[in-house]
Design a protein around this ligand. Sequence first.
Ligand SMILES: [Mg+2]
Length: 220
Amino acid sequence: MKTFYFKSKLAVLGLFLLANTILSAQDQSILINLHDAVKSVKQYHTSEKFNYDVDNAIDDGLANLQQLEIPKNAAFVFDIDETALSNLEYELRYNFGYDPKTWDEWIKEANATAIPGVKRLYDSLIARGIKIIFITGRNFALIKDTELNLKKAGYNLYDTLICKTPEFKGKKAVEYKSQIRNELSNKYKIIGSVGDQWSDLEGGWTIIKIKIPNYMYFIE
Ligand SMILES: [Mg+2]
């Protein structure tokens, strides 16, 4: 009886230790100090590793493009923020915070710079005669500022620029962007899309999908 009692106690102790180990492992994997998280994200996005990862994603996309037969009305869709243009300066200025007022002011400055790997993709597509379409979640009221910024960053030639109109207010980005691609498919054959969010790429009406990294924010 005593032995059984002792064994049971050991088993309970074992379970307690196991549960504690699992819980502390979960704690460590789920909870990260916000200060440390911000530091890691800042370190990554300001490092050469970021450009290296973008370049790899673009190279994979270009390799996939080689396998495609390019139709006459071929077009490639680009997202703008954190894809064609980098807003890292805004993110650093406000310590990765977001506020609609400062965000609109930043867009009006039109000083976002091109992400080199994405610009290389753009140049390569232009050289092949593939049409460029920009689809952005930026407010339609900021279309002129967006056009100016794209030109300043070297994106001089494009066929279509779509900004978000009030009819899409409250809709998820993935719904908005795929619906626009669907509508544009009457005019173009969309052979690929590039974006920093999966919501730029999912929902159909594209063949190649190029996802570039963004650890600063997430858009559904
Ligand atoms: Mg984006």
